[in-house]
Design a protein around this ligand. Structure first.
Ligand SMILES: [Zn+2]
Length: 482
């Protein structure tokens, strides 16, 4: 018997801080050693390959329940197949609340579904859309204590929208019980006002999605979210920042010592509002919120990445099939833009698109890529043992060929959604194997893991999201059940 069950031999190990040649020895699902000439029962040659932490995607909509029953088309089985095919080994998805209902019951159902189907390790963000006394004071403490240590609010969207009062109550609950709050920042009333006017003007095609939600309405909501979080003194992450003017609000908050973080997604680097301006219904494929902007905004986002203002890149994988009757065309192909479901698939393409745009094109280095896609998301969301290559960490790895040229097709991504907004994109750099807790879960595009082999990542309290202790007039209003 050797010292290790599996040795990844001769690869170039990339961590958040270093790039070096070494073998990685794995035992009991964890990294047991990083060194030279390690001997194992099984050996994988990684000569010429990068050995990076498996991707950690902290913003994915998978098998999300729908108000009228049923769930998203992207199931745990298909969503994790796509994740593993693309080099991602863990994800934080969502447990949704429907207005007028509680959160404990749906959370149990999300657990049941993930336990049965997941092949990647998973956690949940608890969405709150109805901050009733019962939910805030009875249920949320239990949800957080169970290891769901992040709450999510939408400042827009008809079914999920929460007003400032509800948002403040969510922030207060997060402070009381030790959770991070993630926020979809867009101004609900402003979008509704512009949408009504666009429809009145007969502007119904997909391209008007971008017109309905220009960047200042994202900036306004971001500014407001930060100010309210500052008042309550609770850490937040601003989800899917689409442009530098929004990131600038985050930079200002960070400069005054607030615990405010910013996330962005590959679609904001490679898609734009112009993609929605295609003949017929085709533009629906590119509709997500906030709206992709323009090339100048994309270029500016790279600056915000390099400055460290935005430090997590997730996929916001949100699958609505293009031809599917319950997908983008659920209300028909003549539906106005405001009736077309928002979101683009991306859990499988996140790493490849970002590697090509960032590393291959020389905008970021390898360690920055690892920080953005694995190390920072794991740290920010308290995913112990994830996102790094170090002795004792979970052996979640992706073996990456940085020279492999591929043309992205939907088939390669292996999700259930019938399209990708990146169809035909040529990329350099591609995952050749994915290892999840020491098990070879994908090799040469073939996913080998079994449904149900993913584990729930219960998140314990952690220091990064402790409040700063800076409260207006030193008064902690969150201590009262109001
Ligand atoms: Zn989302």
């Amino acid at each position: 018997m050797s010292d290790y069950e599996l040795v990844i031999a001769g690869g170039t190990v990339v961590t958040a801080s270093d790039v070096f040649r070494a073998d990685v020895g794995i035992r009991g699902g964890r990294i047991a050693a990083i060194g030279l000439d390690l001997k194992g029962d099984q050996r994988m040659e990684a000569d010429g390959l990068l050995v990076m932490p498996g991707g950690v995607d902290t913003h994915c909509h998978i098998e999300q329940l729908q108000a009228n029953g049923g769930a998203d088309e992207e199931s745990w089985a298909s969503g994790s197949t796509s994740a593993l095919a693309g080099g991602t080994t863990s994800a934080v998805t969502f447990s949704n609340q429907f207005k007028g209902r509680g959160v404990l019951e749906p959370l149990a159902e999300y657990h049941r579904r993930a336990k049965a189907g997941a092949m990647i390790d998973y956690g949940f963000h608890q969405i709150i859309s109805d901050a009733t006394d019962k939910v805030m004071f009875e249920e949320i403490p239990q949800v957080i204590a169970s290891g769901v240590r992040s709450l999510k609010v939408f400042l827009t969207y008809e079914n999920s929208f929460i007003d400032d009062k509800g948002f403040i109550r969510v922030l207060a609950a997060a402070r009381r019980h030790g959770a991070l709050v993630t926020v979809h920042c867009e101004n609900y009333e402003a979008i509704n006002w512009r949408t009504a006017a666009l429809l009145a003007a007969g502007h119904v095609e997909p391209k008007y999605h971008a017109w309905s939600r220009p960047s200042m309405i994202e900036r306004e909501a971001t500014h407001r979210a930060i100010a309210l979080a500052e008042m309550v003194d609770v850490p937040i992450q601003v989800f899917h920042v689409s442009c530098p003017e929004v990131a600038t609000e985050i930079a200002r908050a960070q400069a005054r010592g607030l615990k405010v973080w910013g996330e962005t997604c590959p679609q904001y680097f490679v898609l734009g509002a112009a993609d929605m301006d295609r003949p017929g219904f085709e533009g629906a494929k590119f509709m997500c919120s906030p709206s992709p902007r323009d090339p100048a905004a994309s270029a500016g986002l790279w600056d915000m990445i390099r400055m460290g203002t935005l430090d997590v890149i997730s996929s916001d994988h949100s699958g609505w099939g293009y031809m599917s009757p319950v997908g983008k065309r659920i209300h028909g192909t003549n539906a106005p833009f405001s009736d077309i479901p928002n979101g683009v698939p991306g859990v499988g393409s996140r790493l490849a698109v970002l590697f090509n745009e960032g590393v291959t094109k020389g905008k970021i280095d390898l360690s920055t890529f690892v920080r953005l896609t694995a190390t920072n998301p794991a740290k920010l969301f308290g995913l112990a043992g994830k996102g790094t290559i170090a002795p004792g960490a979970d052996a979640d790895l992706v073996l990456w060929d940085p020279t492999k040229k591929m043309t992205i097709t939907n088939e390669l991504l292996q999700h259930v959604i019938d399209y990708t907004p990146y169809e035909g994109m040529e990329v350099t750099g591609w995952p050749v194997a994915t290892i999840r807790r020491g098990e070879i879960a994908m090799r040469d595009g073939k996913v080998l893991a079994a449904p149900g082999s993913g584990r729930f990542m219960a998140r314990a309290p952690y220091d990064l999201i402790k409040p700063t202790g800076r409260l207006p007039f030193g008064f902690d209003a969150s201590a009262y059940q109001v």
